[in-house]
Ligand binder design. Sequence first.
Ligand code: NAD
Length: 253
Amino acid sequence: MGRVQDKVAIVTGGARGLGLAIAGRLGAEGAVVVITDLNDEAGEAAAVQINAAGGRCSYMHQDVIDETAWVTLVDRVVAQHGGLHILVNNAGIAIPEPLETETLEGWRKTQAVNLDAVFMGTKQAVLAMRDNGGSVINISSTAGQVGDPIMAAYNASKGGVRLLTKSAALYCLEQGYRVRVNSVHPGYILTDMVRDGLNSQGPEAWGKATENIPGGEMGEPDDVAWGVLYLASDEAKYVTGSELVIDGGFTAR
Ligand SMILES: NC(=O)c1ccc[n+]([C@@H]2O[C@H](COP(=O)([O-])OP(=O)(O)OC[C@H]3O[C@@H](n4cnc5c(N)ncnc54)[C@H](O)[C@@H]3O)[C@@H](O)[C@H]2O)c1
């Protein structure tokens, strides 16, 4: 308990899935958590759920691809809570599409949500944290490390997040800011995103996905949340520019 006591955190895409688990874990460890999402009903319900478990959580609507909304969000959080210490860039989309049928529009949509938004969030967080320090955690994927034949746009976006993270980490060190920036690389974690993605590819997709996991089982959202908690906490004070892989051995082969 109390591993991030009284730190102020933003978790994007916190209405469900990994974001909800991350927000819940940070809340249980003493953080004041602001979750953002496009889905207001689920976002409000998520905040109620975290508060019922003893957390201090509120919800704000945010489309992560809107730069003005990023500025407004960070300003509001700092004004309401006195600062910003943790940003988890978690919101993302995964739309499987082979290279030959991917459209430029589809490609750009994926880059906008998964990469442009992480750039904007990281930038606003560094501006808000540079005087007092903080931790930015960017949720990439094992798809940011190894390729998948039907995920060209997703692979590119998550690979971009991986190196944006390292650049930002080095920049903060060079400037003398105590802002750490790290990426997290989940493998298959059973959330609605994975369910929808596999269902859209037909019945064999589930078998194929689990066959590729050495232990044969997908992870749970909390498996990722514990890793994010570590990176958010002062226990990780010497950890920056790193990649935390949470994938049940998926990329170990
Ligand atoms: N589940 C996995 O196996 C897995 C593996 C690797 C990486 N990831 C990454 O983890 C993150 C969360 O994935 P998840 O499985 O929880 O997905 P999810 O679809 O269950 O949840 C994503 C949340 O982000 C929100 N969101 C989407 N677009 C948004 C936007 N423009 N602005 C604000 N909110 C938006 C959605 O409304 C949703 O609540 C994503 O970045 C995903 O790429 C997931």
